[in-house]
Design a protein around this ligand. Sequence first.
Ligand code: UD1
Length: 419
Amino acid sequence: MNALRIRGGRRLMGEWTVQNAKNAVLPIMAAAILTEEKTVLEDCPTLSDISYMGDILRMLGCSVHMEGKRLQIDPQGLFGHEMPDELAKKIRSSIFLLGSILARFHKATVTLPGGCEIGLRPIDLHLSGLKQLGVRIHDEGGVIHCDGSAMKAGPVHFDYPSVGATENVMMAAALLKGETTLHNVAREPEIRDLQCFLNRMGADISGAGTHTIIIRGVRSLRGCVYRPMPDRIVAGTLLAAAAITGGSIKLYHTPTQDMYAMIAKFREMGCIITEKESSVALHAPERLTAFTQLQTQPFPGFPTDMQVQMSAIATLAKGTSVVVENVFENRFTHAGDFNRMGANVLINGRTAVIQGVDALYGAVVTARDLRGGAALAVAGLAAKGETIVENAQLVDRGYEAFEDSLNALGADVSRISIT
Ligand code: UD1
């Protein structure tokens, strides 16, 4: 286990270039097996989730190499349709392979996936979408066997706009003859990025970013070189880090048009934000003001992946902030740690009431999931004294060299190992 040691109390100042998005790269990696040709992803961040996904692809017979920041996936040796149990349990995105493996082999076997401990995360919506394409599904105690021999294009309706289910079914349908229309899909920007990638491979897909995606099946796809989109959540987390310290930073390589829900919240808290197409500057007041209400929702609503970081900065804001978590049920697990640092957070079901306090104090706290770990670090930046965030390896799932980015902006964060 390793930990982040944060010496709080420094105002963040300076500039940083944001990494590309984990949540764009993972489905794209799954989509790379829709062809037999090689794909190269440029400017790919070094993250444990991405390397686990690489391991899964290798176990299925692909050759996967990271050279510097270029991730090469060569699926020529792909032989397996059974997802390796051990690794699939580690990351939830292994489920995306269901769609692409089905498209290639017309059969697939997966174990129920793992991921962050932020909620139940069933896969019923994925399976329902695939069933609507004609896939026959048989569940054997957590091992899902899919028979896609009768798969065909057609209409698919989602009961809820799940990001992963939308992406999975897009991949499953890309090679089906005829037109597949996906209704009530998720509109997250990473889905638009997946559409761009698939179309670069030769697919014919439109509508990502709206409620309906239309997939006109093509006979085959080809390899390509692609640069995934920048990470809106990493950008938001760094803005939160600057905001809580009364700092002033500028971020480059930001998907600004996808960040308006966050930008509006920072403004409500008293920050001055100057945004351009691919950069955002934030200038924080000496003390933030509480927000009236933050409700997480599917895009373009406020992203659940930024909820804990905003809760962290609300702990020091003037007034009372109310947070309603509508997407994942277990995303308040860090409240106890915030309170250990001196915050005043009260949880009732899916609602958190955060009464801003005058100061936070360094403490030993524990990351329980990726974003929660980052949020504890954000709180530590403004706390008096030293904060230790244990289980920091969870943060490495989504933030590339997190401490480097914070230190480049003037923080004092180091990595320590704990035995
Ligand atoms: C993706 C993101 C994750 C983000 C989430 C919501 C990736 C790799 N991960 O996760 O960072 O927090 O979107 O923006 O892109 N659900 C079901 N049945 C299903 C699928 C989902 O009930 O079959 C529920 C989930 O439990 C959750 C909600 O739907 O409550 C949203 O999940 P979903 O949009 O599928 O998120 P993920 O794709 O898992």
